[in-house]
Design a protein around this ligand. Structure first.
Ligand code: FHN
Length: 460
């Protein structure tokens, strides 16, 4: 995957700057919301076709029930932007084959629903207006299309006439629509490449095809066959511009020039499920974002909208907390590079920008934290947030603060000294209980870290 090309460096620049994106899994599967004929169907919501072993005839009636009258592209994009997200990846077509845009190549699309409005067109317009990059998820696997093979075991549609080559022409035709009619697209986010009918040659060919339509587009590694399961990174010479860990964050980064993006659910499903309330806390989500950035990767956080076209309230609440934190601490995330330390540190994570280090303190109960092996002369240390001026506050499990605490503009200088072990930083009382405070260290010259045995520290 890693042939160094100047063109790739240019194409990846915005992605490396962005660090934080919104994943949107939306489609007909939102209608049953994980329940089929009164029966709770296990697994992720967007797989109900498969998990409930439905036939095409069982599933097709959902098209006439999909009418998201509360859908507002403006509000969706606004919510992503206010959360501090810089790009949106939406499922143009998931494994059920249903298309969220007006495709001239099938009736199995949004124009065949009572809603009859092109969702992707509305999002493209709003993303352009609000300067958020729009990206398209597109499934190679298609449980609906008669030419896609293999069939599901219980799908008794005859295969004699099925022609996989014709399916690929159909998919290319649709990608031509998506990459011609919706303006510049940031990423072609492929998925469903794991079945035997999809091959390395087809992957290489599709990569070239997509880049021929939009030369500046970024294509994830699921266009080809090199991905190592949920770990998501590609081993060997396969097409794709970056790795895609899923529901996990790598223990360590992969070094400079190796791009990756960890995609994750906010609860336990990608597509909407009425009963899945297992929401991660805002603090956990922020720690995941910081963890990814500290290892040189991006965080793609998923939203599964309702069939009415809204974001569930617990999601909006958590995104607001993340946006609030990024308003103060964004410089410690956007455009930063991976920590210079070979492993995560016990008290938190580190990101870097030029001769600055950003210390993300996960555990504020410590009196002191240490940066082992750091030899470069320190110019100064201060917090990113302002002095707490008046009032006090408490944080609940959501990361919501009650009570009022006004922060001054001036940033707090922090006592930090060089020592044989490295740089020692004394944590001021005022940081105790703060939501993931950040300390900025500025150095005189190039950062030099002496390699030392680092105890890797899992996220608490
Ligand atoms: O099967 C899909 C799943 O539905 C979801 O889209 C995730 C998101 O990355 N990808 C596949 C599972 O690996």
């Amino acid at each position: 995957m890693k042939r160094y090309d100047i063109d790739r460096e240019r194409r990846m620049a915005w992605f490396r700057e962005a660090r934080f994106g919104m994943f949107i899994h939306w489609g007909l599967y939102a209608v049953p919301g994980g329940v089929w004929k009164g029966r709770d169907i296990g697994g992720v919501g967007e797989w109900i076709f498969n998990s409930a072993q439905l036939t095409v005839a069982d599933y097709e009636p959902l098209q006439s029930q999909f009418n998201p009258v509360q859908f507002s592209a403006k509000e969706w994009v606004r919510t992503a932007k206010d959360a501090g997200m810089r790009y949106i990846v939406i499922t143009s077509k998931h494994h059920d084959g249903f298309c969220l845009w007006d495709s001239k190549l099938t009736d199995w699309d949004i124009m065949g629903t009572p809603f009859k409005r092109d969702i992707l067109k509305a999002l493209a317009t709003e993303c352009h207006k609000q300067k958020i990059r729009l990206c398209f998820y597109h499934s190679i696997m298609d449980w609906h299309h008669p030419d896609y093979l293999p069939r599901r075991g219980w799908d008794k549609r005859p295969t004699a006439e099925a022609n996989f080559g014709r399916y690929i022409e159909y998919m290319k035709g649709q990608l031509k629509e998506l990459l011609t009619n919706y303006g510049p697209i940031g990423i072609a986010w492929f998925d469903g490449e794991w079945e035997g009918t999809w091959t390395h040659d087809k992957g290489e060919d599709l990569y070239k095809f997509v880049r021929s339509l939009q030369p500046s587009i970024i294509v994830n590694n699921r266009v080809d066959k090199g991905r190592q399961g949920m770990k998501g990174m590609t081993k060997g010479d396969f097409a794709g511009d970056y790795g895609t860990p899923e529901q996990e964050i790598p223990a360590n980064g992969f070094g400079e020039g190796v791009d990756w993006e960890s995609c994750m659910t906010l609860n336990d499903t990608w597509g909407f499920k009425t009963k899945d309330m297992n929401w991660k806390s805002a603090e956990t989500l922020l720690k995941n974002l910081i963890d990814c950035a500290s290892k040189g990767g991006n965080y793609l956080l998923n939203v599964g909208p309702t069939p009415e076209g809204t974001f569930p309230k617990p999601i909006v609440e958590r995104l607001e907390v993340m946006g609030g934190w990024l308003k103060t601490h964004g410089e410690a995330i956007y455009g930063t590079q991976a920590s210079p330390f070979p492993k995560p540190l016990p008290w938190g994570r580190v990101t870097r920008k030029g001769n600055k280090l950003y210390l993300h303190v996960f555990d504020t109960t410590q009196a002191q934290i240490i940066l082992p092996g750091l030899k470069t002369k320190l110019k100064g240390a201060r917090t990113l947030m302002g002095y707490p001026k008046t009032g006090a506050f408490t944080i609940d499990s959501l990361g919501n603060r009650s009570g009022s605490l006004t922060l001054g503009k001036a940033r707090m200088p922090i006592p930090a000294v060089g020592s044989p072990e490295g740089v020692r930083i004394t944590l001021p009382e005022a940081l105790k209980g703060q939501l993931l405070p950040v300390i900025v260290l500025e150095f005189d010259g190039v950062l030099v870290v002496e390699p030392r045995q680092f105890l890797s520290a899992p996220i608490k």
